[in-house]
Design a protein. Structure first.
Length: 338
């Protein structure tokens, strides 16, 4: 696929985590214990995706325990996302209202955990929450809760509502919402867990940090749109920047890809400029800022490397997405098709 796509500028080194083999084994046990994957067809697709390798590329410095934790978050986000993007639920906002309410009750900690027979995604979320949040600062938890809730509500209301109503969003609206539908803020929040750092609220509110983070998130999301474009065309998915550029500007496929790649390059340079300003403004905080910014760099590089090699986006095998019921597990969200 690389040869068919314009190049994406990425000046950051390729890295991977030495604990990937351990994490692969951990993931296989975790999806079995939580019930997220059990059918042979779904398990085969899960193994082909190699989420252990992906998480090792984007969190190359994590120790084994933390790599396992963020890998579990990855799998949870990807499997929930597949349900909402590839299946019938992504066009029926009202069908997932109850399960989203259960997830929000776990996230908000507003009362007792949901009881009774729970969808696998809720079981897994309870486990993730208990392993992630106890040692974190209140302001980190508040931010993480907001980002995770925003991901759930944006995918299940805004995206699903657009599909149901046949609404094609503007490029500007899509770009702002894409950082939420891609759950990339959730993943960036986990940098603090992996690196063992705590960024004060003053840094999160600094305009240069906001610019660096926004640019890094855009780079990740737009590169993903470039590499997943063929797959999403097969599924009739409109929520893709390449598709929207073609729709609104009348560009051909190659021209639209070149445009999105050029915009992605521009965001990488915007990140580098904001990073330099941030580090020069807060030399006394370099011990916290350097690993945080390095985490953003690893995300931009690792996401690009994984997107180039994963079978999930292989245009030679897009036929695998023509029948998503073959790999989607109804037990993940506990909502069966009529």
């Amino acid at each position: 696929m690389d040869s068919e796509l314009p190049d994406i500028y990425c000046p950051f080194p390729q890295r991977t985590n030495p604990h990937v083999p351990h994490t692969r084994a951990h993931l296989n046990a975790w999806i079995r214990n939580t019930g997220l994957v059990h059918r042979d067809s779904a398990r085969e697709r899960f193994e082909q995706a190699d989420f252990g390798a992906f998480v090792g590329m984007v969190y190359p410095t994590a120790d084994a325990e933390k790599l396992d934790l963020v890998a579990d978050w990855f799998v949870w986000l990807f499997l929930v996302d597949d349900q909402l993007d590839d299946g019938h639920l992504g066009r029926s906002p009202e069908r997932v209202r109850d399960v989203v309410a259960m997830m929000r009750s776990v996230i908000d900690g507003a009362g007792a955990a949901p009881s009774g027979e729970l969808p696998a995604a809720v079981v897994a979320l309870v486990d993730l929450w208990e392993r992630t949040t106890p040692q974190t600062a209140a302001h980190w938890r508040a931010r993480f809760c907001w980002h995770l809730t925003k991901y759930l509500t944006t995918t299940t209301t805004w995206e699903a509502g657009n599909r149901a109503a046949g609404v094609v969003p503007s490029e500007e609206t899509y770009i702002a919402q894409r950082r939420h539908t891609g759950a990339i803020h959730v993943c960036m929040d986990l940098i603090e867990i992996v690196a063992g750092i705590e960024a004060p609220e003053s840094i999160h509110n600094d305009s240069r940090f906001i610019t660096a983070l926004e640019a890094a998130c855009n780079v990740v999301c737009w590169a993903n749109d470039v590499y997943s474009y063929e797959k999403e065309q097969v599924l009739g998915e409109i929520h893709n920047l390449v598709h929207l550029v073609r729709h609104h500007r009348g560009y051909g496929k190659h021209q639209a890809l070149e445009h999105v790649c050029a915009e992605t390059d521009r965001e990488t340079r915007r990140f580098l400029a904001a990073e330099a300003e941030l580090l020069s403004s807060y030399p006394q905080l370099s011990g916290m800022l350097l690993p945080y910014l390095d985490g953003m760099r690893s995300w931009m590089r690792g996401n690009l490397d994984w997107s180039r090699q994963t079978p999930r986006y292989n245009p030679a095998d897009v036929g695998q997405y023509e029948a998503p019921e073959q790999y989607l597990e109804a037990t993940v969200l506990g909502v069966a098709k009529d």
